[in-house]
Design a protein around this ligand. Structure first.
Ligand code: NAD
Ligand code: UD1
Length: 339
């Protein structure tokens, strides 16, 4: 059985990937410092899989912890989720983001090279494209200057990995450029746990419908889109989880020990904010209190993925609809809110 180290494995996306890795016959090992997750996630994972996964509680900045993990386990690959991800916070505390996301990645890469761990899947983001010139956005589209320190850490992270791979040290890697992950495991045992007031659309919608927030503000209604609101590519977190399993299989199949690639992970379908609200109301049966408000600074008008590369390279495409994802987000919210 292949051992896969999952940094940030207790987080939103990581926890769903743990489930899929287990179902696909891998042995996932979690490294997390619980700075943005809760131990209750482990109970959820146990309820779904019946397993208690090996856990290292600690910080990716602690290089000797990686040495310990790689000495104690024969690790076949790493999926690297552990990072800070709040765009607004990164503007206020850039050094926190560069330290955690960039220095943390360097710490991991040093240890992987030293211990000859060959395969790395890296969590990147469509934020590297900024507002693309053509849509849907392909992997050939140039990256744009990042509009936040968070976005910059993803661009720098991709470049660091490419440079290390190019140095022919025995590392293969793929960066997954996620579009907008939403949804939860269909069992509602795991899902997203936003701390404080959510800045992302779907947690704000579900918290509003659950009565935790008075009303959702739609950020901007005069964009050059069919209904005036921004367009994004919302992907179910279970589909996203599958893409990680396929990425590991893909890396395993490559004999070139200095292989680096990057790929869009989205549905290929763009939805406006108002379409998301409509889909939520349909799949939940709830009516949402919302109003149209001003634009949010830094938002791109429209972005959705060209998915051909992921279909060919990873033999993967999404299975879930927007309605499915919003239904699962709502069921998870109901469980959190005790509704
Ligand atoms: P998350 O915050 O839910 O999960 C990250 C996990 O990493 C948390 O459990 C946190 O405790 C842990 N962690 C953070 N810093 C750590 C450190 N120094 N040492 C050990 N553990 C640490 O985030 P997520 O939504 O699951 O995102 C996972 C990855 O995907 C991140 O790299 C994020 O930047 C990227 N990403 C997320 C989105 C999104 O919308 N959720 C979009 C694009 C990219
Ligand atoms: C944001 C980040 C992106 C990050 C992603 C995941 C920015 C500019 N981008 O993406 O880098 O990878 O989160 O964390 O912050 N909206 C509302 N009302 C709300 C909340 C959101 O109308 O209360 C709208 C937004 O204007 C946007 C859409 O909903 O059009 C999606 O927003 P959000 O969920 O925050 O994701 P992104 O901005 O796409």
């Amino acid at each position: 059985m292949k051992n896969i180290l999952v940094t940030g494995g207790a987080g939103y996306i990581g926890s769903h990937v743990i489930v899929r890795l287990h179902e696909e016959g891998y042995n996932p090992i979690i490294l997390d410092d619980f700075s943005n997750s809760e131990k209750s996630v482990l109970n959820g994972l146990h309820k779904i899989t019946g397993k208690n996964f090996k856990l290292y509680e600690g910080d990716i900045l602690n290089r000797s912890l990686f040495d310990q993990i790689f000495n104690e386990n024969r690790i076949d690959g790493v999926i690297h989720f552990a990072a800070k991800k709040a765009v607004g916070e990164s503007v206020e505390k850039p050094l926190l983001y560069y330290k955690n996301n960039v220095s943390g990645l360097v710490s991991l890469l040093e240890a992987m090279v030293e211990h000859q761990v060959p395969n790395l899947v890296f969590s990147s983001s469509c934020t590297v494209y900024g507002q693309p010139d053509t849509l849907p956005v392909t992997e050939e589209s140039p990256t744009k200057p990042a509009n936040s320190p968070y976005g910059n850490t993803k661009q720098i992270g991709e470049e660091i990995i490419r440079d290390v791979v190019d140095a022919k040290v025995g590392l293969k890697s793929i960066a997954l450029r996620y579009f907008n992950p939403i949804g939860a495991h269909p069992s509602s045992e795991i899902g997203e746990l936003p701390l404080g007031v959510p800045s992302n659309l779907v947690p704000f919608i579900t918290q509003t419908a659950a009565g935790q927030r008075d009303s959702l503000t739609v950020f901007g209604s005069n964009y050059d889109t069919p209904d005036g609101t921004c367009i994004r590519d919302y992907i179910h977190v279970m589909d996203l989880a599958d893409a990680h399993v396929q990425s590991l299989k893909h890396l395993d199949s490559i004999e070139d020990l200095s292989h680096y690639d990057f790929v869009n992970i989205g549905t290929g379908i763009g939805s406006t904010v108002l379409e998301v609200i409509e889909s939520f109301e349909k799949s939940s049966g709830e009516s949402l209190n919302y109003s149209l408000g001003p634009r949010r600074p830094g938002d791109v008008e429209e972005i959705y993925a060209q998915v051909d590369k992921s279909i060919i390279l990873l033999e993967w495409k999404t299975k879930h609809s927007l309605d499915d994802a919003l239904r699962d987000s709502w069921n998870w919210q109901k469980k959190l809110s005790g509704i």
